[in-house]
Structures are given as C-alpha cells and as structure tokens.
Design a protein around this ligand. Structure first.
Ligand code: CA
Length: 785
C-alpha cells in the first residue's frame, strides 16, 4: 500500500449498495480516464475485489508472481508498499516478461471493474489482460498502457460474456514489443490494484493449520519400534513430557536437549517414549503447554498407505480410462488421456521421420510428459519391490486382485500389471530396426509447450501437440536395464512378453555400446518437458549390465559388471548429498539386483555386495544420529536439493535391505525414522503425503489434481509424496512467497504453483510404495528398547 490507507476490501455496506453498471465488454481506451464503473467517494469501484493483496501492505507479492521466458529475466519485490518488477531483459514476446495473479473465477454475466496504479523508472509500455491462463489463451479484457515515471491510475472493465472461467489470470505483459523503446533494465511498479465485481462472494478460506512445536509421526508409531518426537523449544534444560490418552497420563519422562539443528535452524528437544508399548489410538504427547497432534500406536498404521502409494500409478496412467471402482471415488475418474500417443512423430530436430506407438506409461509428474530416464528408476523400483517380496517372502500382499486395478483376476500379480503399463511405454520408445540409431531409445516424449494447471489428460491433447525428443545413451541404458529386469520377473507369467523384453534389452545394450556418448541437451527443458539430462553414463552401463547378467547369466555381462568401478563401490553420495540412488545415479540399482537375486554372482561375491549395502545403511544411521529431526538425510553447503524427500525415502530402501540381509533391529529403526520424518516429524510439522496425517499434503503441483486452482478438478488422491524442501526455490511462487534465505528443511510451501518444492512424481512415489510395503510387513518385528 502506497501513500494512503484504503479499506475498501470486505466493506459489506458497499457491496449491498452496488448500482447497475454499464460497462459491456468495451475497452476503455485512455489510461487514467474514469471508467464507467460506479465508485465510492475515493474513486475505487464498488464490489468485492477478486485480487488478493491489492495494496502489498504485508511486504510480499503473492499471489502475484513473475513469469520470465528465457532469455528474458528479472526480479520482483515489494518496494515502498508497491510491487515492483525489474526487467533486465525483455525477450521477444510481450509475455516473455510478465507478472500475474491466478486462483480466481470470472463468472458469466458478471461485471468487472479494473483499476490500478502504475509507474516506472523510465517510460515503457505494459499490456494488462484478464484471460485464460493456458491455451487457447482467450482474453476477456486487455489494454495497452503507456507507463511514465509519474504514477497514473488506469481504469477498465468488462462484462464476462463467456462461461465461468476458473482458470483465469490477471497478467501484465511487459516484455517484447512493450520494451521496444525502453532501454533495459526497467523497473515497473504497480499498486492499489482492484478487479471488482459487485456480486463477488469471496470463497471460504481454508482453515489454517496450527503446527504444534511437538513434532510426531502423524500416523503414529509401531508398538515395538523406536518412538521419538522432536520438540521445538528454546529451553536449555530437559523438560518434563507426558504421553496422554483419554485425558490420562500413560507415560512420562524428561526430554533430551538436542540443541540447535543445523538443517532446520530449530532448537530441539527429543522425546523418546520407546518403552511404552501399548497399542491404541488417540495418543498425544505433551511438553510444557505444547501438545502434539493425535497419533496411534499400532502395527497396522501403514497398511492402507502401502496400497495408496502404489495406486498413485494407476491414477496417473496414460492411455486408459480411470474408471470406477478402480478410481476409488467418482471425483478421480476421468476419460482416457492422450490416446494420440499411439502415433507420435519425431520433433523436427530429433533426426528422424517416423512415428512411434508410445502409448500407455505413467505421466511423469505434474505434467503429462513421459520420460525414459526417470521412467527407468521408477519402474525398476516397482519391479524390485515385487522381486524383493518374492525372494524375501510376502509377495502375496501385492498379488493378483490385491490392488484394485483393471487387471485383477488375470493371474498376474497386480504389482507386475502396474509395472507393465510403464514397461510397454518404455519398449515403445526404442528406435525400430532399419532407422538411424536403431535400438537406441528416445530420451523422452512430451507436449511441444507447457500447458496450464487445471487440465485433464483427455483434454490436454486437444490443446497441445506432442513429439518425440532425440535418442540418448542414458535412455537406451535405462531401457536395457529395466527390460532385462522385466524379462526375468514376467517370465513365469507371460513368456512371450519376457522374450520381447529381453530382446529389446539386448538390442538396446548393443546400441548403447555402439553409441556411448549421445547425451540429452540440458537446455531441452524450456518447452513442454523437463530436460532429465545426464552426461555421466558409466553408472547406467553398469546398471544395465547388472540386470542383463542377473537375467541371462551370460559371461559377457558378468565381465562388464566386474570391470566397472561401481562393482565394488556402492554409492552413498549424489554430488555432495547423502543418497544411493536418484534418476541420474543408477549404479546402486544394479548392485541391489546383484545382491538380492541369487545365481549371477558367485556366493562370495554376492555376500560382499550385501556387505556393501549394509555399510551404506550404516552411513545413513550415522546421518540420523546427527539430525534433530532424525532423518537419514543431511544438507550440503546449507542447502537441500530438489526432491529432498526422495533422498530420504530412497535411503530408507537401503536401510530396509540392510535389515533383510542382517536382521539387525537398528536398520529397521532407521526405516522407521525415515517415515517419521516424512509423516510429520520435521521442521514444517508437515506430513508430506496426501491424505495421511493431521497436516497432510494438500496442494501438490499436478494438472489434474488441481482443485486449488479450479474447483471442477479433484484434490490429490491419497498416498502421493511431495518432493519437499528445496533450497533452489526455482519457481516464481516460492520466490514471491519470500522464502529466500530459508533454512534448508524449511524451504517448502504446500501450494500447487510451487512446483520446485511441491511437485509429485513417479520416481518419488515408487520408493514410498516400496518402503511402506516393507515396513507394513516388518512392523511387528521391531524390538527396540
Ligand atoms: Ca493381476
């Protein structure tokens, strides 16, 4: 708010005396001229303002955010009570440099009056518009405004002639031709911005969640396992705690002062109530006046999450109707998406002329792209879950008819049916014989440009074409590895499919050996799909050789495995972050298959491989000990990476394997700690999983589960894991939210626009399914003291 205080917002007396307006969709031409709107004494139109943060009094720009299309760039801050965007480079299109406000509905037949103040540090042009946030970008109102160094008031208005539009945005396009006569940089400020509708009824705000300083696993604890809570409290002395049920204290003790936790910046105490082993629900933990959310102590707390985490993949299938009863509730049902994926052309720069059937598969994340690199680790993890349970016991939990999918009753374990949906897409990405790069795999296929949120898959292909991006060595090896793995797990159920997979795998292996240095362009991520670029492929060669060796026992693959530097070095760092596997670090996947499945390595070699897995698990136990929130992950350089929660959950897989291989309780406890962190015992007091916990993930970045931007769409189905805290803060929403400078574990916001901290994706949900399946099986085996 600049200059004077205005209190038009929420003034009900003004709402009730709105007069009929005469604006009829015309565009008032001159800036600063009075519009046709009825106005109060100070000149502000009457009615409720659809725009939040009209006066920028709180110092943040949200929900106004920037959008810069490279090379356009700039910054956006509240300065002196106004929102000011500095454009260093304006790009070629007007919209390459813009600020915008979404999350509102413009209703048919309603009248909207727009006013705002605008000025700049040098003369320039801007084009404010109200219109669709995504294709076909229909505009309901726009104006071209000459901006000077003197603040001017701009007025306009329109009557909404189209159907209600919940995808609408108010945007100021400021780049391209708008800056034709403006030497960059230019700083443009707006303030006192209103889009008033006399009949506007503000939506009911979401109840704000009070986050208790007593952080617990919001699902609960296993009776026999470690039970640790972290408590934010600046006191330097131990404090009394009590465990309460039905108003009665059932256990009590003293906290342990942990002190300052580096990754969160919180001063913490630890409560260990492991010795309390009674089962039940409705427990809270009290420290001083602070009381935790309610939680349970039971062995079955993961029995539904393990299924929902796997069901994520059904919900995100491409090329099939998501139908009842498999959709679980009608709101998640939808027609089949992207049926056109049966015939997708090469992109003009992809070096090929054919079309491929790349139908089926899972949508990668919040977008509708499908990527072989990332599909690889995801489908591997799902098939590895099957294989681990088959060899270690308990596979029936995921058997035929157990997962509420259309393939129930086909005599194939449902978890393999789900994996096959992705595997068939992966196979489709292989270059046919006789074509250039035959046997290689295309790196990815996706939309030719980014689409907006609030878009169902079956509508998406009406507004956006898709294409194949070029081949890459990394994708080819992802295909070789997973197709080899599929060949052995499918063999008992479908010999023909197994044979097809093995042939594709060996063909891909040979092609990658022939062309070992074709890498995806790291810049191939600005238009319609993520880059997933990976120039280091020695790990992918090792992984593919390992899977081929485990499946075929052929000496040539054994030789490749044993000569790789990864054979005797089990990874525990990705860059400087503690983890064993990511989509770009795949050597551990090969080592885990070698350690798990008998018959390829000699017995002594396999034992040594298992010892390396256990040693990696020991390194994660050491990390847990240093962390106030007891997570098997640590910041590096005071930063958390993109998808930090996936590092936590993948490290839990290593801890689980260490327990499988040794049966030592400490590794099971490590798995428990990992889940405790993800389900609420963390610096945000947030359960990062949708549908689970008292403060669950609500608004992940997802085009279909986009209720937050468009009430016609459903909320997230339960069991989806957010990527979580990320110091990079790459998206404009978190930047505008003022998260800059956040402690690593606090760089998080549960908002659909916050894609750099709150996306969901197949390679993060696959380990969630794996680990929750594992802990549910082993829950009663915990013997902590
Ligand atoms: Ca089945």
């Amino acid at each position: 708010m600049r200059k004077q205080q205005r209190t038009i917002l929420g003034n009900l007396s003004l709402l009730c005396c709105a007069v009929a307006l005469t604006a009829t969709g015309c565009v008032p031409k001159s800036s600063g001229a009075p519009g046709s709107a009825a106005a109060d004494a100070s000149g502000i139109p009457v009615g409720g303002n659809l725009l939040k943060n009209a006066t920028f009094e709180n110092g943040a720009t949200l929900p106004w955010t920037t959008s810069f299309t490279p090379p356009a760039n700039g910054s956006f801050v509240v300065t002196d009570g106004a929102a000011c965007v500095t454009i260093n480079e304006g790009g070629s299109n007007n919209w390459d440099a813009q600020i915008r406000h979404r999350e509102m509905v413009v209703q048919e037949g309603h009248t909207y009056n727009v006013t705002f103040k605008i000025w700049a540090d040098k003369p320039t042009m801007v084009r404010p518009k109200v219109g669709m946030a995504g294709p076909p970008y229909r505009e309901y109102w726009n104006q071209t405004v000459k901006v000077t160094t003197t603040p001017q008031e701009v007025r306009g208005g329109f009557v909404m002639q189209s159907a209600d539009d919940p995808t609408v945005e108010f945007a100021f396009h400021m780049g391209g031709a708008m800056m034709r006569e403006t030497p960059a940089p230019v700083t443009i400020c707006i303030d006192d911005i209103y889009m008033n509708d006399p009949d506007f009824v503000p939506p009911k705000g979401e109840a704000k969640i009070e986050v208790s300083p007593v952080r617990v696993n919001q699902l609960g604890y296993l009776p026999g396992a470690k039970k640790v809570a972290s408590v934010v409290n600046s006191n330097q002395q131990p404090l009394a705690w009590s465990l309460i049920r039905e108003g009665k204290t059932v256990a009590e003790g003293k906290t342990e002062v942990f002190g300052k936790d580096a990754d969160s910046g919180d001063h913490l105490h630890l409560v260990d109530f492991t010795s309390f082993k009674e089962t039940g629900a409705g427990y809270t933990l009290k420290v001083g006046d602070d009381e935790s959310p309610v939680f349970a102590i039971k062995n079955d707390i993961y029995s539904s999450l393990k299924k929902d985490a796997l069901h994520y993949f059904y919900h995100n299938r491409s090329g099939i109707e998501i139908a009842m009863p498999y959709a679980v509730e009608e709101k998640w049902a939808r027609p089949a998406g992207h049926l056109g994926d049966k015939s997708i052309p090469c992109a003009p720069d992809a070096g090929c002329k054919y079309k491929l059937d790349v139908s089926k598969g899972w949508y990668d994340a919040g977008d509708h792209g499908k990527y072989v690199v990332n599909g690889g680790i995801s489908v591997w993890t799902v098939m590895n879950q099957y294989e681990r349970f088959k060899l270690q016991g308990g596979v029936d939990a995921f058997g035929d008819g157990k997962l509420n999918i259309p393939e129930g009753g086909n005599k194939v374990p449902d978890i393999l049916d789900e994996a096959r949906w992705e595997m068939e897409f992966m196979l489709g990405m292989q270059v046919p014989a006789g074509q250039p790069h035959a046997g290689m795999a295309h790196h990815k296929m996706h939309d030719v440009a980014w689409t907006a949120l609030g878009l169902a898959p079956h509508e998406a292909e009406k507004v956006m074409k898709r294409h194949l991006r070029p081949v890459s060595t990394a994708a080819t090896l992802n295909l070789a590895a997973t197709a080899a793995q599929a060949a052995r797990v499918f063999k008992p159920f479908d010999a023909a499919f197994a044979t097809r997979c093995l042939k594709a795998a060996e063909t891909a292996w040979a092609a990658a050996k022939k062309e070992p240095t074709i890498f995806a362009d790291p810049k191939d991520g600005s238009s319609g799909g993520g880059p997933y670029d990976d120039k280091i492929v020695d790990d992918d060669f090792y992984w593919a050789a390992a899977e081929l060796f485990v499946t075929t026992k052929k000496g040539q693959y054994g030789t490749e495995v044993r000569k790789s530097k990864h054979f005797k070095n089990f990874q525990t760092l990705s860059g400087s972050f503690p983890t064993s596997m990511t989509w770009g670090d795949t050597a551990a996947l090969g080592s885990l298959s070698l350690a798990l499945v008998p018959g390829a390595l000699a017995a002594g070699e396999r034992k040594a491989m298992r010892d390396r897995v256990v040693a990696a698990a020991d390194s994660y136990l050491a990390v847990i000990d240093q962390q106030g929130y007891r997570t098997p992950f640590a910041a590096s350089g005071n930063e958390y990476p993109w998808g930090s929660n996936s590092f936590v959950i993948n490290n839990a897989i290593i801890l689980a394997y260490a327990y499988d291989f040794t049966k030592k309780d400490k590794y099971l406890e490590g798995v428990v700690h990992s889940l405790d962190y993800l389900l609420g015992r963390n610096a945000m007091g947030q359960s990062y999983v949708s549908g689970y916990g008292s403060n669950p993930l609500r608004h992940p970045h997802h085009r279909f589960w986009s209720e937050q931007v468009d009430g016609r769409f459903p909320p997230a189905a339960p069991g989806a894991l957010s990527g979580g805290p990320n110091s990079g803060l790459q998206d404009p929403y978190v930047q505008a939210a003022g998260l800059k400078g956040c402690a690593p574990q606090k760089c998080f916001l549960d908002h659909i626009e916050a894609w750099s901290v709150n996306e969901i994706t197949i390679n993060w949900n696959a380990p969630l399914a794996w680990v929750t399946g594992w802990i549910d099986q082993n829950a009663s085996k915990a013997k902590a003291k």
